[in-house]
Every structure is written in structure tokens, then in C-alpha cells.
Design a protein around this ligand. Structure first.
Ligand code: HEM
Length: 604
């Protein structure tokens, strides 16, 4: 029986592999050992490996993920053409990088990042309504300002504390070298705080919570301590749960932390249902950790969804009482009952761990947009419960780490390029300490924006775009990507291509300003795309830029930022779902102007 099963698996596997190879024969690439494929090389050298393949085999080549051929495209014109044309992700997208099972698998498949067709369109529409159009973005600006002020105030306290007392996550002394922080660890507290308010209208409290950003958090230990299954009964604040669970989830996507079932799932696509069954019933520690983290994030979304439902029922009931009381008052009866509180105050939830901004899950939040959108919408337009959880999950996962990574790398680039830091400081100094408006962010920060863009060119958090060819695609030079093939469009390779960007290895924010565009700008106008291209372009790009600018203004108005001696140089990056600095980004902060600092503290 077992032998029969093994033979069947091998037969399917070889048949699949040979068919694919036959179809793709015209595209060059390292074909020798598809069994082992590129995995070991990729895990050791990360995206540099892909860049080296591009140098060797050209801008269109094949890299192997186990037996799965990935058509890698590094040519900017081809990327632009097919990123616009192809809007579908491969059906097996949820099977890459991890082995998801059960409910977590269903949630992943429904996520706007992974799904195709109607499910994707429904999910994408709510994102667009909540975080892309001008008025919705403006509605999130006060929360972003508030979180930036709180985070910077906490930074000031920590940098003023003696080195020995500056512990907590990502903070540390330094044996007489001054108080230092790992910006990569702690800035996640800020991005998660903004995510909490924008996605749910909930104050996660992570902007000034040092523990929340501990990168060594173990979700299994937390679950064991809570003694109540993943999530639900945890005494931890929601913010801490989400930061910890998101970090754990990202960690499990790195090769060295991933489940042992991953290589099996990658090398034997035909056997994935069997591998998933094994991973469900005989999970190793990495698998348990990953599933617990995902369950935790999904459960928080479910709790907040249920809370919204309960609150809106209460509101409807209160409104009904008010109407009745009104008509009674009109006829000389008692005054109407008070409606639930609104406004900008921060309230505390009944369970003590949810602080809802505005006394209820805020009406401008993403959760409210999804839930309101279900009311009265035709059946085919309505998000199911799993889709609501999936999009909330996507918001947290997509919004938190990418922006934290960007901010920490901007800090690194500025600390290693003092002339750029001085120019940025001069720009932000002119803005004063009042709340940053939409106009100020859009018009008064050209250099700050150029610094963020140049950092994203050098270090795009998601360096590639993934699509499925829904028909045969002409790739030029007689090469054809057959229908059903898996396209990996390497924007990072384009960002570093010397034929496209003059001196691509240099950090030159001027490329993005009129003064430097002619000398250092790209040969191809579409050659900068850290947020992707086309219909599937990052739906959070404006929110991410708003978050980044608000924090950089407040930080650089107040501090001079320098690298700490404990930062290893050159910067080493590591491959996971995204690329992260292996040793973090260790900096020290020095107050620039005591008077300005006091004014900023007063605002916060
Ligand atoms: C610096 C920060 C960020 C970077 C660099 C980034 C980058 C990307 C990239 C490269 C993609 C794939 C685009 C494609 O396939 O063409 C993407 C998709 C996505 N991002 Fe972001 N992102 C960032 C922040 C955010 C934030 C804050 C959110 C929260 C709303 C978000 C939500 C999404 C979603 C939902 C998708 C899937 C879009 C779709 O497939 O239709 N991202 N992002």
C-alpha cells in the first residue's frame, strides 16, 4: 500500500516536472538539479542569488523552487507589461513559504494579497475605500499624528534614561557607549499602533510599550502561559498579542525557522494534501508556532468583528429607545437615554484589554467599512466572515512589518549619510510642532519623500511581484511563458540594474528631485516600483508613506540620530518573506534643541 502510494506520488511528480520542463525549455536557467532546486542557494544568499542568475542567464530566466519552475523576469518593460496584464496570483500561492492548515489555510486563501477573482476584488474594494482615497486617508491622519507623538515621547524618555535602565525590547545599554536602541525592533510599536487605530479604531497601546516589540516573543510560551488555547483568553493586551504573533509568523517564514514539512510541500506539489494532513496531525515545533501565531491574529480579528457587531446592535437599540423617549418627551415624558459616546476620547473596553478610540470601534476604521459594507449589499458583494477576518489579518501583516522595515532602514541610511540627515533635518525644522496636515505631508516634504523613495529602491521590503500567466505570454527572443506558469517579477533587480539607474549602489535621494533627475534618475520611468505595479499594486502605499513621513518629521525635529558602535557594518540582510537586517539597526538619539523638544513633548 505504502509502496503503491510512493510510486504514484513519484509518477505524478515526475510527470509534472517533465511536462513543465518541456514547456519551458526555451527559457534559460539552472536546470541541473530541480530536485534540490534553488532552495539552499536562495536561503543562503537570498535575493543576491536571483541577481546573480540574472547576470548569468539574462533578464528572463528560470529559478527552481523545488520542482516548481519560477519564470523570473527582471526586465522593466516586460514587468510593466505583464504586471498590468496579469492580475491573478497562482492558485497555489498559499502553499509557498509555509504549510498552512485548517482555518488558517482558508483565511490565507481569502486574503486580498493571495486571492484572485471575485474574492480578491471584494477584498481590494474595501481596502481602496478605507486607505487610498483622499478623505479616508485624511480621516486616519489624526491617529497617525497621535501615535507618532507618543512614540517619539517614549523615545525621548528612553534616550534620557541611563544606559543601564534602557532595557526592554530592542533597547540596551552599551558598556559606556551610551543608550542605544535597535530601531528595527522598536519602531514596530509605532507601526502596529497606527495599524490598530486605522484597521480597527482600537488603541493597541504599542506606541509606548517597550515589551510589545520584543522580537524573541514565543507565541507557544504565551499560549501555554494563558493555558487557554491560542489567543482568546490571553491576559496580554491586544497590541502585544498582535505584535508578538505577527513577528512569530514572519519568523516562521524564514528558511531557518520554517517547518520541516515545507521542503516536502515544495518538492512534491502533488503530495501537498498529504503533507498538509501530516502537518495537521504531527506538527513539529515550527509548525505549531506558526499556526498558533496565525490563529492568534485571526482570533483577534474575530473578537473585534464580534465586538463591532455587538456595539452596532447596542447603538441600534439605544437609537430605538431615544426615538421612543423623544416621542414620550414630546408628550411631556422623561428625557431620552444617552447614546453611546463618540468623539476622540480613548475609552477602555469592558475586558480591560481593548481601548476603543471614540468609545466604539471607530466608524472610519477598516473593520467598520467592511462590516457596514455588508449591510444591504447584494449577496455577491458581501464579504463573508472568513473574508472579513482574512482582510483584517492582511491589514495587520501587510501594514506592520513592511513600514517598520522601511523606517528602520531610512534611519540607517540617514545615520550613514550625515549630509542627507542634515538636509532632512533642515526641511522638517521649518514645519513647527503643530499637527501635520495632509497638505504639509504632500507639499512641504520633498526631500523627506525622496529619502524614503531612495531607501525603498535599495531595500524594497517585498522585492518581487508574483503573478500567474492565464494565457501563453510572449517574453521575447522566442521565449514563451506557458499558460498556468508562475511569474516572479523582480523589481529589486530592476532597482539595482546599472543600465537603468546610474550608480545604482549609491544612496542618492536627489534622483527623485528635479535637481538630480537628469543625472541620476532612471532610464525607464517605470523602474521604481517597491509598491508593485498595476491593478495589484500595494493598496496601502499612501498610508505607508503617511506613516513614514509623520514619524520622520517628529523624530528628526527632535533628535540627531547616529549609528551605535554595536551596529555591525556593512549592513547584512536576511531573506524571509521580506528582507530584514540580520543584526537590527542600532542607533543612539541625542536631543537637538531642548526648547523644540519641550514643545513637541507638550503636543504629545
Ligand atoms: C513601506 C510599506 C509597504 C510596502 C513596501 C508594500 C509593498 C507591497 C507590494 C510590493 C505589494 C505587491 C504588489 C503587487 O503584487 O503588484 C503589496 C501588496 C499589498 N499591500 Fe503593501 N506594502 C507596504 C505597506 C502596506 C500597508 C501599510 C498596507 C495596509 C493597508 C498594505 C496592504 C497591502 C495589500 C492588501 C496588498 C495586496 C494588494 C493586491 O493584491 O491587490 N501594504 N504591498
Amino acid at each position: 500500500m505504502l509502496v503503491g502510494l510512493a510510486c504514484l506520488t513519484l509518477f505524478i511528480f515526475f510527470g509534472y516536472s517533465l511536462r513543465k520542463r518541456w514547456q519551458l525549455r526555451k527559457i534559460p536557467g539552472p536546470l541541473a538539479w530541480p530536485f534540490l532546486g534553488s532552495i539552499p542557494e536562495f536561503s543562503i544568499h537570498g535575493y543576491e542569488y536571483v541577481l546573480s542568475l540574472a547576470a548569468k542567464y539574462g533578464n528572463v530566466h528560470i529559478a527552481w523552487l523545488g520542482v516548481e519552475p519560477l519564470i523570473v523576469i527582471c526586465d522593466p518593460a516586460l514587468i510593466r507589461k505583464y504586471a498590468y496584464k496579469c492580475v491573478s496570483k497562482p492558485a497555489s500561492m498559499s502553499d509557498y513559504g509555509h504549510v498552512l492548515t485548517g482555518f488558517n489555510y482558508d483565511v490565507d486563501k481569502a486574503s486580498a494579497f493571495v486571492a484572485s477573482g471575485e474574492v480578491w476584488r471584494r477584498g481590494r474594494r474595501v481596502f481602496e475605500a478605507s486607505v487610498i482615497n483622499g478623505s479616508s486617508l485624511a480621516a486616519h491622519l489624526p491617529a497617525t499624528n497621535r501615535c507618532a507623538n507618543r512614540f517619539v515621547a517614549r523615545l525621548a524618555q528612553r534616550s534620557a534614561a541611563p544606559a543601564s535602565q534602557s532595557g526592554g525590547a530592542g533597547g540596551g545599554g552599551g558598556g559606556g557607549e551610551g543608550t542605544c536602541f535597535d530601531m528595527f525592533s522598536i519602531v514596530g510599536g509605532y507601526t502596529m499602533a497606527v495599524t490598530g487605530e486605522v484597521a480597527y479604531g482600537v488603541d493597541f497601546g504599542t506606541a509606548d510599550d517597550d515589551i510589545a516589540t520584543a522580537r524573541n516573543f514565543s507565541i507557544l510560551d504565551e499560549v501555554a502561559a494563558a493555558g487557554s488555547g491560542a489567543g482568546g483568553g490571553s491576559s496580554m493586551s491586544i497590541g502585544r498579542q498582535l505584535v508578538g504573533a505577527s513577528l512569530a509568523s514572519f519568523r516562521c517564514l524564514q528558511m531557518e525557522h520554517s517547518t520541516l514539512y515545507l521542503p516536502l510541500a515544495v518538492m512534491f506539489p502533488a503530495a501537498r494534501p498529504l503533507v498538509r494532513w501530516l502537518a495537521t496531525h504531527l506538527p513539529d515545533r515550527a509548525q505549531r508556532e506558526h499556526m498558533a501565531a496565525r490563529t492568534q491574529i485571526a482570533q483577534v480579528s474575530r473578537r473585534l468583528m464580534e465586538r463591532w457587531q455587538a456595539a452596532s446592535k447596542e447603538k441600534a437599540a439605544a437609537a430605538a429607545i431615544a426615538v421612543t423617549a423623544d416621542s414620550t418627551a414630546g408628550s411631556g415624558g422623561a428625557p431620552p437615554a444617552a447614546a453611546p459616546a463618540g468623539g476622540a476620547a480613548t475609552g477602555k473596553g469592558a475586558d480591560g484589554s481593548i481601548k476603543e478610540v471614540g468609545g466604539g470601534i471607530s466608524s472610519s476604521s477598516f473593520m467598520a467599512a467592511m462590516m457596514e459594507g455588508r449591510r444591504g449589499a447584494p449577496q455577491e458583494e458581501r464579504l463573508s466572515d472568513v473574508e472579513v477576518i482574512a482582510q483584517s489579518f492582511t491589514f495587520v501583516m501587510a501594514g506592520f512589518e513592511t513600514t517598520a522595515l522601511t523606517l528602520s532602514l531610512v534611519t540607517f541610511m540617514l545615520a550613514t549619510h550625515p549630509e542627507a540627515a542634515a538636509r532632512l533635518a533642515a526641511e522638517v525644522d521649518g514645519l513647527g510642532s503643530g499637527e501635520l496636515t495632509h497638505e504639509v505631508l504632500a507639499e512641504k516634504l520633498p526631500y523627506t519623500e525622496a529619502v524614503i523613495k531612495e531607501t525603498l529602491r535599495l531595500y524594497p521590503p517585498i522585492p518581487y511581484l508574483i503573478r500567474e500567466a492565464r494565457e501563453d505570454l510572449d517574453l521575447g527572443n522566442g521565449m514563451v511563458a506557458p499558460k498556468g506558469s508562475y511569474l516572479t517579477m523582480y523589481m529589486h533587480a530592476v532597482h539595482l540594474n546599472p543600465d537603468v539607474w546610474p550608480h545604482p549602489e549609491r544612496f542618492l535621494p536627489e534622483r527623485f528631485l528635479p535637481e538630480g533627475a537628469a543625472a541620476f534618475g532612471p532610464a525607464d520611468p517605470g523602474a521604481w516600483a517597491p509598491f508593485g505595479i498595476g491593478a495589484r499594486m500595494c493598496v496601502g502605499h499612501k498610508l505607508a508613506m503617511m506613516m513614514a513621513k509623520c514619524l520622520l518629521v517628529r523624530m528628526y525635529q527632535r533628535f540627531t540620530v547616529a549609528l551605535h558602535p554595536r551596529q555591525p557594518l556593512p549592513l547584512k540582510m536576511k531573506t524571509g518573506l521580506s528582507r530584514v537586517p540580520v543584526d537590527g539597526v542600532w542607533v543612539t538619539l541625542t536631543e537637538r534643541l531642548p526648547a523644540a523638544a519641550a514643545a513637541a513633548a507638550a503636543v504629545s
